[in-house]
Design a protein around this ligand. Sequence first.
Ligand SMILES: [Zn+2]
Length: 550
Amino acid sequence: MWYIAANVESAALMSIYKPIVYLLCFFGWAAVVSFFDKDLKFYFLPRRHWNALQIIAGIIGFGLALLVNFWLGLLIILVVAGSAAAGYVFYRNTRLPEQHRWHLNTELLTSRFNRIQHEQAQKRATLRLLTPDRALVDVPTGADPQAHAHSVLEQTLEFALPRGADRIDVAVMAQAASIGVNVDGVKHTRPEIDSQAAMTLIDYAKKHAQLDIQDRRHKQIGEMFIDAADLGRHTLRVVTSGSTRGITMAIYIDPMTRITIGFDDMGLLPEQAAILRRVVASDNLAVLIACPPHHGLTTALYNCLQQHDPYTQSIVTLEEEVAFDVEGVNHHLIEPSWNSTQITDRLAALLRQDPSVLMLGKLTDSQVARLLSRNANETRLYIGLHLGDTVQVMRAWTKAVDDSKLAAQSVAAVLVQRLVRKLCPTCRVCYTPDQDVLRKLNLPPDKVTQMYKQSGQILVRNKPTTCPDCHGLGFRGRTGIFEVMELDDETRKLWAAGQVEQFRALLRKKKMLWLQEAALMRVIDGTTSIQETMRALGKTESQRPTAVAG
Ligand SMILES: [Zn+2]
């Protein structure tokens, strides 16, 4: 007895980890025996015999282990219980057909491990792609080369979605690649990525947007759908194209919802909205709508179209891409391969159908302008141009029509637009503007006593913290800034005569707001900041401010 007690003491009780090791062995053994029991039952093997054998082996193994020292005890457990387990594996392999047998090979273990890893990754993923019928697609994991692409897309969207980004740009050049996220017209560069990884990302997006992965040259447009957990489900429009310089991909986030900003939410000042409504109500001549690229041209064009009743008026469009189907409107597409003559022929064919309203997404050239100006008396035309201000539009239209009188007479109004970012109302900071700055801007210092600027931070218990609404950017959303010019006989006369300075002076006399003046009104009411309007407006020809708040 003394001998046994001494051994037990020396084997296990002397230190704390030894009983724990034995206990773990015991639980492991119990789990294996329980698993064998289920297996025996499933395959109708002699369950009672084998269970008895495993238990007897366990009792002998663990019993003997208590009589000897720790390491020897461990060895006994492994040998005795292990032999019984191995015996069972050998036995079942002789009784069951090949496909149900157990083989100890690394391939099997690896595949089991990968499967577990894969299942966990599906649960952990904050981004899941969806099939066109909105079923979840498995997240690629492990050695799958697409796994990295998925995680780059996931991280990029985790930045883009909460900040209300509208576009992600991926560019792959020979030596380098870049990812930029466009939030309210400002590009935020994301961490660098190597060209190969960026290429895989483009192929991954193309695959899920049902595009041809092999074709890296032609412009392709497709849609993919995502489930971004707490950040919601979204539609991504994927546009890829290639050139000798490299391959690019643009991902437009929820493009449809961005275009559906109504007429009243465009940002027109009340007097501008009144003029535009009046112009829209008249039934012929051209309304030229201009802004630089990515400044909301499509939204402005579609909003004007939607002011017409499609049930009493026939409305047609000719555009490079149909942003969304406006009810009752006949949309027509310009094929990318068309030349100027083909576009003109198509427009002529549409005009022969005598529509009440025709919209041309973007003025391409002189041939088109001449055709439209000749037909402006019969049809209301909405024509998009990528130009910066009213005077530029006047000059470009005159040059394209190649007849200054016809150019002036064919136009009912010019609408010029810019988008500026709106200050985040949660974190914007109020300040007293400098008197000299106000004087330079022609603003009366006694009337403009406060302005706002961006911050991106709020105070939580007196500690500066990132603003939860704009995620530190200081801005949230955009609004339009406009020049709205309605032509009358007087202005048409100066336009036709090409007298730009007099034309400008007349518009000033008529109190038309130039872009900068319209922007300043948005600064004064706290919608945006001076710095932001300067950034968004850049340098344009007509920025000659006059007093607007006096
Ligand atoms: Zn904020």
